[in-house]
Design a protein around this ligand. Sequence first.
Ligand code: GLA
Length: 388
Amino acid sequence: MKEILLKKFEEVFGSSHDVQIYFAPGRVNMIGEHTDYNGGHVFPCALTIGTYAAARVREDDICRFYSMNFEELGILESSVSGLKYEKEADWTNYPKGVIWAFGEKGHPVLRGMDLLLFGNIPNGSGLSSSASVEVLTGYILRDFFGYRVTNQDLALYGQYAENHFNGVNCGIMDQFSIAMGKKNHAIFLDTADLSYEYAPLVLEGYKIVISGSNKKRGLGDSKYNERRSECETALSELQQVIGIKSLGDLTEEMFETYKSAIKDEIRIKRAKHAVYENQRTIRAVDALKKNNLTEFGKLMNESHISLRDDYEVTGLELDTLVEEAWKQEGVIGSRMTGAGFGGCTVSIVKEEAVDSFIQNVGTAYKEKIGYAADFYVVEIGDGPCILS
Ligand code: GLA
């Protein structure tokens, strides 16, 4: 990989003098969906696939960006000052947003860089290619300029950039799981206070299979922000009758007692998902700690049903992938993962059943949806690193 990146860097930017190679992973969330902006728990892990960068600091204030995934765009240029979101800047809005966020957080970036990226996370797959680029950019800036910021700060700056530069009101899960990733572990994160715990996710005899729906989606034009504001309204209605800070403060019983304070059926369903999913995530991690993988899988399935029926973020493609997965032998659990509306599902599948899983789910999906799904057997990896 290193050689390929250096060769391409030289071809694009003239020389590969003083270039460093970096990597940041993608992520998959095992359970705890649409809870991270509701003060709830999530349980994601970093993957061994992600984004590679070849980068070199410049003497002037110019950034030159090139992606091997979007070669048709050529080199995109920008100054490090006066940065703002521009549609035509395309994917470079992610690194630019992070450079901007560092300035906003008291670490002004005064010199530019030549940055070449290559990602092996399928774009739009729902495995957080954008958060991977954000954390990667922050990691490179810290390495170049020696800012005293932690990996957790890199996650927060990435989220800040996504929220305030790119206009997507995402929670902290994606950037956090990428910046804090640990091989063979998932991160049990309480988004109310960012306390977290690593839980081993060594699935003896099982594999994590991602099924990509290939339904195109962008968070920006999805109903993501709408769901978030529905939950905010429900929270403020509940706060009229009970002193809570977030939906994550409620147990199922408390929710059932107070839900009539929410004056709209749809909002009751949205809030119900946030509350139940949070409790489900806590129970799932508990089950995993007790080595009860069957229970963990059952909770994954329940998570999907709640996302389908109450939160309504699945759609025919994700439902087909999951419902076909449930029919297969050797499947412990299967659910949509990430924002939804497209993207992918995550399934835990017995090692010897993986081939038939891909074959059967793939055939049924193509028949019903009209185009093919993609399948990836993934491994859980570490957070960002420098490779040279
Ligand atoms: C996207 C967001 C995350 C999280 C998930 C849903 O991935 O970026 O912050 O809200 O959706 O769980």
